[in-house]
Ligand binder design. Structure first.
Ligand code: ADP
Length: 339
């Protein structure tokens, strides 16, 4: 759906040149949710703006939905851009227009007739869960509702790609989760390809299939979210992964748990998205007669499985404990026995 080859974007400034995007190659498949993560100044915004020609590349090719955006202009470019929706950190709504009017706006521009416009706006309002708020103005909406309007507006022309520019950075954690759930829902229902940029690893972990890590305009690491969490290669990627795995907290948890359960065996299970936590525990309980205490830990369920760490305490004969651990190891879960 998206192919970038050797893309470069250089800004000329008073003090010289800034290489915001530096020889980037990128392949994003149809129907996936792709994340690009990096710290401020890494080049993420420039990169995502190249994907709908808000910026023109200095060199290289930017193919989106079958068109090289660097080569077309005029009516062809306008048509190509209808295949690409975008949502923003600060929503970019029209403040003097209602929810309905905001969503209808891109349809007006595209010349869709009134009856069809009304029909599509109603569908979109339902899709993003804004029923009853059609006639409200943006100033009367919560942050989450504003972003729902932003999403509906971006989808109005039935694009093939949705670009999300730090779409949840202005929202509180609970609203962030709701908006991310909505994006997953839309990805599944419409088969839409979603590209998002963020500086927050939990956003990547929650909804993305694949990820690129950006630093100084370059993509320094690329892979499935699973691989990147399991084996981050670059120091910057390790820092991002640590944002969500909190090693210090884990150390304290181990000490606390060992004091509380001196008999039997404590093990730490690390889920990296392959397996769900509850079915595994249920199988353990059914298969073995040992006592199984679920201790503490932090697991979050995502589209692709469970992520996080869980401590469990097994109490029984040494042989049975050993067997149970072997059984757990046969699942795709990292197991650490804690002495
Ligand atoms: P990010 O989104 O990761 O924070 P940006 O793409 O906004 O990064 O910026 C990457 C680099 O390009 C920064 O050094 C920034 O100052 C520079 N930059 C971005 N836009 C412009 C511009 N229009 N003119 C000059 N420099 C720019």
């Amino acid at each position: 759906m998206i192919t970038l080859k050797n893309v470069e974007k250089i800004f000329k400034t008073k003090n010289g040149e800034v290489r915001a995007v530096d020889h980037v190659d990128l392949q994003i498949n149809q129907g996936e949710i792709y994340g690009i993560i990096g710290y401020s100044g890494a080049g993420k915004s420039t990169l995502i703006r190249l994907l709908n020609r808000l910026e023109q590349a200095t060199a290289g090719s930017v193919e989106v939905a079958g068109q090289d955006l660097t080569k077309i202009r005029g009516a062809n470019l306008r048509k190509a851009r209808q295949e690409i929706g975008m949502i923003f950190q600060h929503f970019n709504l029209l403040w003097s227009r209602t929810v309905r009017e905001n969503i209808a706006f891109p349809l007006e521009i595209a010349g869709v007739d009134k009856a069809e416009r009304m029909k599509r706006v109603d569908e979109l309002i339902k899709l993003v869960g804004l029923e009853g708020r059609e006639d409200a103005y943006p100033s009367q909406l919560s942050g989450g509702q504003k972003q729902r309007v932003g999403i509906a507006r971006a989808l109005a022309n039935r694009p093939k790609v949705l670009l999300c520019d730090e779409a949840t950075s202005a929202l509180d954690p609970q609203t962030t989760d709701q908006i991310l759930d909505l994006l997953v829902d839309i990805n599944k229902k419409l088969g839409l390809t979603i590209v998002l940029i963020t500086h927050e690893m939990h956003v990547i972990r929650k909804i993305c299939h694949n990820v690129s890590v950006m630093e100084n305009g370059k993509i320094v690491e690329q892979g499935s979210v699973l691989e990147v969490f399991r084996k981050p290669q670059q120091p910057i990627t390790k820092r991002f992964v640590n944002q969500v795995t909190e090693p210090e907290e884990t150390k304290e948890t181990i000490e606390h748990v060992l004091k509380k359960y001196p008999d039997g065996q404590v093990i730490q299970l690390t889920f990296v998205g392959d397996d769900a936590e509850q079915p595994l525990i249920n199988q353990l309980i059914r298969k073995f007669t040992i006592n199984i205490n679920i201790l503490q830990g932090k697991i979050s369920q995502t589209q692709s499985g469970a992520y996080g760490t869980l401590f469990i305490h097994l109490d029984g004969s040494p042989d049975e404990i050993k067997e149970a651990i072997t059984f757990i190891r046969s699942h795709k879960v990292d197991v650490e026995v804690i002495d």
